[in-house]
Design a protein around this ligand. Structure first.
Ligand SMILES: [Zn+2]
Length: 242
């Protein structure tokens, strides 16, 4: 029984390790997703500035169109002015044309202002893009590292699963049955290592009589509280049971 128990304890260690690796395998893609989201939110800031740039271009196009419309209007005034019969009428057109020409001047000033603003936006985009490129390199390196870590763990888990299968072949079927049953019922912890007078998992004190039996024999014992297989790893000086 001693050898069987030792193999079961080894099997528990294999299972613990596999579970640990599987948790890592599940966690890595989540971490990668978060990193990608962080990286892309940095990019989002650039997109916002690009929207400003588009608005600036659209607005300037609109202003240019307005100037053309006003110029057409002035042209019509001029044609009508040439046909005017009275001085009063003529002066009226002069005033209108002057008013429209002033409007053009003020729109042109607006356009110049927006061109300056456009240059500032372009500077901002270039600055943010270069900042983003630096940040993205860092993020991408981290993501690359995590991906290779993920590959490593995937191959590790398949290797460990093979090792476990080999180990299981060496364990008597009746012991495996007990182990597998407990493994399912006890959240993957079938074996409890006893180092002192307490169950290593549920921490309940083992009755002195039972403890003495555990120490003096190589039989299979179950924790009276949690029901797990007790595996003794008690040093000689602790064998008094007190
Ligand atoms: Zn216990």
């Amino acid at each position: 029984m001693k050898e069987g128990l030792e193999l079961l304890n080894l099997l528990q260690k294999h299972d613990d390790h596999i579970i640990e690796i599987e948790i890592t395998i599940q966690e890595i893609p989540v971490t990668i997703k978060n990193l990608e989201a962080d990286r892309d939110s940095e990019k989002h800031i650039i997109e916002q500035v690009k929207v400003q740039r588009e608005e600036n271009v659209k607005k300037r196009e609109q202003l240019e169109k307005n100037i053309l419309l006003i110029k057409e209007k002035i042209q019509k005034y001029r044609e009508q002015m040439n046909k005017s019969t009275t001085n009063k009428e003529y002066q009226g057109f002069i005033t209108e044309i002057k008013y429209e020409e002033d409007r053009i001047s003020s729109i042109e000033e607006d356009i110049i202002q927006r061109m300056l603003e456009f240059d500032e936006i372009m500077d901002e985009i270039r600055k943010r893009e270069s900042e983003f490129n630096d940040i993205a390199v860092e993020y991408n390196n981290k993501i690359k590292e995590l991906n290779s870590h993920l590959d490593y763990n995937k191959s590790k888990v398949s290797q460990e699963t093979e090792n476990k299968a080999e180990l299981r072949n060496k364990i008597p079927v009746n012991l495996l049955k007990i182990y597998d049953n407990l493994f399912l019922k006890k959240a993957g912890k079938a074996i409890s290592v006893v180092e002192t007078m307490f169950c290593g998992i549920c921490n309940v004190k083992i009755r002195p009589q039972l403890l003495n039996e555990i120490i003096s024999t190589d039989n299979l014992f179950i924790c009276e509280n949690c029901g797990r297989i007790l595996f003794k790893q008690i040093e000689d000086q602790k064998k008094t049971g007190s």
